[in-house]
Design a binder for this molecule. Structure first.
Ligand SMILES: Nc1ncnc2c1ncn2[C@@H]1O[C@H](COP(=O)(O)OP(=O)(O)OP(=O)(O)O)[C@@H](O)[C@H]1O
Ligand SMILES: [Mg+2]
Length: 268
């Protein structure tokens, strides 16, 4: 890239409040407290959180738009964030599950965009948890390298602290999925899982937790996960999710706190 192009790009990132991507080795805060790279706040809970600086320019290709201010999509996420936060605060809750009826309807993209948008609010710390055990994808979409994740914690092979990653976005912490586990429903039903999910949800009262999950109609996982959620957002894909899918989903989630639907892939 020419010097002029570099300077223009730098000015654009600075204008939009986006930190410049850094190259080089992954950093780990070992004995220090966690210092998000662009934040002056110190959150003492993330003592061992790894910091991996992601390439913000590639996020747009993955439809992670809410990192940029001043566009129609990020405005939609700001509206969604406001509605979700006001409801959670009203109820004194902190935990949201993003689910949908079928695969590929846009759950993970929605979960990441909402998490980024929530973390951009100055007073929120957000933990984004990849609990799609069969096809974890948050690390791939964000461009994070993942050694371990939630599945390793559930299998007793890692601790939560060892697996958390700060992607260089203030107040956002990602718990990646880890290696895929085929018998996830059995593991999800175990007492160890219950302890870990309670820990994620309850250890830090001022932290919001967003769970990305597998599709409801494809496995029992999301239904089990929904027991831990204070609020459920249902992703519905335009021109694909059928009425019958939604009726089945509604029946499965009967009595659970579904707070709204998010319509994805709508054509102008
Ligand atoms: N609002 C949207 N508009 C257009 N395309 C979208 C939207 N949300 C997601 N997509 C695209 O749809 C595809 C599936 O998205 P995503 O991975 O978020 O869905 P998912 O429901 O989590 O899928 P999976 O079942 O594989 O976990 C991706 O190519 C993504 O870029
Ligand atoms: Mg997904």
């Amino acid at each position: 890239m020419s010097k002029l192009k570099k300077a223009l790009e730098k000015a654009r990132l600075s204008r939009e409040g986006i930190p410049e991507p850094e190259t080089g080795a992954e950093k780990t805060t070992e004995d220090e407290e966690f210092h998000p790279r662009v934040s002056c706040e110190i959150n003492p809970i993330y003592v061992h959180t790894k910091i991996q600086n992601i390439d913000y320019r590639k996020l747009v290709d993955q439809r992670i738009i809410s990192i940029h201010h001043c566009n129609a999509v990020s405005d939609c996420f700001k509206l969604l964030r406001t509605q979700v936060l006001s409801l959670l605060r009203e109820q004194g809750n902190n935990c949201i599950l993003i689910t949908s009826a079928n695969r590929r309807e846009g759950r993970t993209t929605t979960a990441i965009n909402l998490a980024v948008s929530m973390a951009q609010q100055l007073d929120n710390t957000v933990l984004l948890v990849d609990s799609d055990f069969k096809e974890p994808a948050i690390h791939r979409i964000l461009g994070l390298s993942m050694e371990q994740g939630l599945s390793d914690c559930l299998l007793g092979k890692a601790t939560i602290e060892e697996t958390l990653i700060n992607p260089g976005i203030n107040r956002l912490v990602v718990l990646p999925g880890g290696r895929p586990i085929p018998n996830s429903a059995e593991i999800l039903g175990s007492p160890r899982t219950e302890t870990i999910f309670r820990e994620l949800k309850e250890r830090y009262g001022d932290r919001y937790v967003i769970f990305d999950s597998p599709p409801l109609l494809a496995s029992a996982d999301s239904l089990i996960l929904s027991d831990y959620a204070d609020a459920i957002l249902l992703v519905v894909e335009a021109e694909r999710t059928t009425k019958n899918d939604l009726l089945r989903t509604r029946d499965l989630l009967g009595g659970k706190p579904v707070i709204g639907t998010i319509f994805t892939k709508v054509r102008q």
